[in-house]
Design a protein. Structure first.
Length: 221
């Protein structure tokens, strides 16, 4: 497996996860009281704003040196961020959470590609389940990520009644492996591969710097 996308200092990890949605709290909706009024109308209109859709590093392992014969990466991943599917209401009558998420998924194009996008009971992926077999020598790092979607909304009824809140979900449960001695291919700030390199590689290693470079050697299946 090669680099799919992109040792962070603790502050950088926090910045990454906070940056996963400028409109989020650590990548997740802040705790807000649910509306206590009766349910809203069924034929209202959604308006979405502060829509943020980006890749978020969810787990990373310590670097592991392999000889020329390669081998299995055995370092267990450390979970960094737990993605969730949720709707938090700020004010106004309550709305069916699945309907809210379906509207958001339609807005971002994710609803049809991933049915789990609207499932508030969807379990978070476990990054510790990832195993990788590498071919050849290198200093490798396993990492995992999701594409997180967060947005604020208003739901307006014909009589002017309005509900406001925030919805969050995720798609693309991804994983990758990088070689600390190689620059991350086309890595940009915010890419999971670059974040993982800064977490586990040495500060002077080529993989910690953004910019176009060679990919790591592929993992064997």
């Amino acid at each position: 497996m090669g680099i799919e996308e992109g040792r962070l200092a603790a502050g950088v990890v926090a910045a990454l996860l906070t940056g996963a949605g400028a409109c989020t709290s650590g990548g997740e909706p802040a705790a807000r009281p649910k509306a206590t009024a009766g349910p809203a109308c069924e034929d209202g209109t959604y308006a979405w704003f502060n829509v943020d859709r980006r890749d978020v590093l969810t787990g990373v392992a310590e670097k592991q040196r392999l000889g020329k014969e390669g081998g299995v990466l055995t370092r267990e991943m450390t979970p960094l961020h737990v993605p969730r599917v949720a709707v938090a209401f700020e004010r106004g009558p309550g709305i069916d959470a699945k309907a809210v998420l379906r509207s958001l998924g339609t807005r971002t194009g994710d609803a049809d590609d991933d049915p789990g996008f609207t499932d508030v009971h969807r379990p978070a992926p476990d990054p510790r389940a990832v195993t990788t077999d590498m071919e050849g020598a290198g200093t490798f790092v396993n990492y995992s990520w999701v594409k997180q979607v967060v947005a604020d909304f208003t739901y307006t009824c014909g009589d002017g009644g309005r509900t406001t809140g925030r919805a969050t979900s995720w798609v693309v449960n991804g994983s990758g492996v990088l070689d600390c001695s190689l620059p991350a291919e086309d890595a940009k700030e915010g890419d999971p591969a670059l974040a993982a390199a800064r977490f586990s590689c040495d500060p002077h290693d080529p993989a910690v710097k953004p910019g176009k470079g060679r990919p790591a050697r592929p993992a064997s299946s």
